[in-house]
Every structure is written in C-alpha cells, then in structure tokens.
Design a protein around this ligand. Structure first.
Ligand code: PMP
Length: 283
C-alpha cells in the first residue's frame, strides 16, 4: 500500500516530515477517517464536508479541491490489498523554521493520507455486546472540531481499556455527550435518543446514518440531552463510529444494561446498517 504526502504517493517508509511540523509540536491540525467497503468510500461527501468544517474551525484553508481529495482517496483504495479499508486524512499547519504558537506566514500545510485494512467485527460482539465505563469528560470545549490534539481522548480510551471496557462514555455537567471515539444512542421504552450536536461533541457521520436508518425503520428518535441516569436505566445502549459501525453496550460500569443482552432494536438497526454497506458494493 502507498501513502500520500504533500502531493506525492510513496511507500510508508519513505514518508517523512520535519520535526518542526506544527502537528508534532502543537497538535496543530485536523484529521478525518473514512470507511470503505469493496473499495468504495461510505458517505465520502459527508466526511469531506466535515473536514472542511474542521479546517475552518482551526482557521486553515483546505489545501486540496474536492476532486483532488477524491483522487487521492481512490488512488489509496486501489493501491491496498484489502477490499474493506479505513482511509485516514490529516492536515497540519505545516513546518515553519521556528517554533512559535502564532500562525506562520507563507508556510505550506502538511497534507498526509494513508489507508489500512478495516478488520471485520468480532462475531462475539453481536452475541454479547461490549462493556463501557462512564468517565468525566476532560477534553476541551470544541469537540466538534476533529482535531489531532487527542491526548485527553487517548487517556480516556486507555482508562476504558484498563477497565477491560470497549469505550469510555464522557460526562459533562451530568450529561453524557459521546464516547471517547464514538457517538451514543440510548433506547428506552422503544424510543431512541442521542445527544444533539454542538461544540461538546463530534458530529459523527455514522450517527447521521443511524438516525436516517432509524427513520427508514419508523423508529421514534429524539435528539435530546442524555443523562447518566438515562444511560443506567436504558433498555439498550449503543455506540457508533466509522470504523466500529454500531455496537451494543451491554455492561455499563460493570452493571448490566437492561437485561444485559444485545437488544432487538440493535439487531434491527444493525441489519439496516449491513444492508447499507451491501448496497454500496452492488450499487
Ligand atoms: N466522537 C468522537 C470523539 C470520535 O473520535 C468519533 C470517531 N471519529 C466519533 C464520535 C464518531 O464519528 P464518525 O461516525 O464520523 O466516525
């Protein structure tokens, strides 16, 4: 597989950036992750639209046109052996000659893209679900920007791993906003809820897709704040992201969610999600 760096395709081992790159020094950049099935990206335009918003959020001009991004992505997808892949895009504010917090003048951004195999989901997940833990959200106030400054998310996800859980669900002033690397859905009495988008969470592309699929299935869904109590009292709890799709959470802080089993609505929406992937292959 090849990677893309600043206008050229090359083997991963040849891709090098200067140590003064502001991504390295400050985490001054944004990124995007796009799933692809049978070498066809899922919701490409929604991802590139979000990249545009993330770039605007850090006051960086988009270095590539939409057509150029598509060209890079299709090239990478073709160069990789696996049919199902996760494309990673990253743009930083470049590598000026000196370290200074203020924006550099006349410095070209660093543009990087790579792809990796999207591993199939462990079949035990649809039988048993996954565990999650609640944690205080220690991230910044602009979680709507897909920033590469991820140290808070790294620590939170590791805390989940240390607790043998798949995800940390993040609590801000009593409200559960999202996971460290995923969005959140709660089912109670047949009604779906998900926290509304805003600066405190990333507007997930998978979240949007799940909302559309719920509408197709005529399942009632409300975008409304979700409390810790809502999560603890839920019949079903789900997390979703581009690389993990839709996952049922059956244990929260070591306690069973609902009956502690993978719920019927998860099965319904997961089937719709899988059908959507299959349409991509054949369409
Ligand atoms: N929230 C956060 C903090 C994330 O890192 C991710 C994964 N990128 C998501 C939500 C899910 O977003 P998406 O469905 O677009 O992958």
């Amino acid at each position: 597989a090849e990677v893309y760096l600043n206008g050229r395709f090359m083997p991963l081992g040849d891709a090098k950036i200067p140590v003064l790159d502001r991504g390295f020094l400050f985490g001054d950049g944004v990124y995007e992750v796009i799933p692809a099935y049978h070498r066809k990206p899922l919701r490409l335009h929604a991802h590139l639209d979000r990249l545009e918003r993330s770039l605007a959020g850090i006051r960086l001009a988009n270095p590539l046109s939409r057509a150029d991004w598509e060209g890079v992505i299709l090239h990478l997808l073709r160069s990789h052996e696996a049919a199902n892949q996760a494309i990673y895009l990253q743009i930083t504010r470049g590598a000026p000659a000196v370290r200074d917090h203020r924006f550099p003048q006349r410095t070209q951004p660093t543009v990087f893209a790579m792809t990796k195999t999207l591993a199939p989901r462990d079949p035990r997940i649809s039988e048993q679900g996954v565990a999650a833990v609640l944690r205080e959200d220690t991230r910044w106030q602009r979680c709507d920007i897909k920033s590469i400054s991820l140290v808070a998310a790294v620590l939170l996800r590791q805390e989940a791993a240390d607790a043998e859980a798949e995800e940390a669900l993040l609590v801000r002033e009593g409200w559960v906003v999202e996971g460290s690397t995923s969005n959140l859905f709660v089912v109670r009495d047949g009604i779906l809820s998900t926290p509304p988008t805003g600066p405190e969470l990333l507007s997930g592309i998978t979240r949007e897709l799940v909302m559309e699929l719920a509408a197709c299935e005529s399942l009632p869904l409300i975008e409304q704040p979700v409390s810790v109590e809502d999560c603890r009292a839920a019949d079903e709890l789900w997390i979703c992201s581009s690389t993990r799709e839709l996952l049922p959470v059956t244990r929260l802080d070591g306690v069973a969610v609902g009956q502690g089993l993978v719920g019927p609505l998860w099965h319904r929406l997961n089937a719709a999600y899988q059908a959507c992937k299959a349409d991509l292959e054949h369409g």
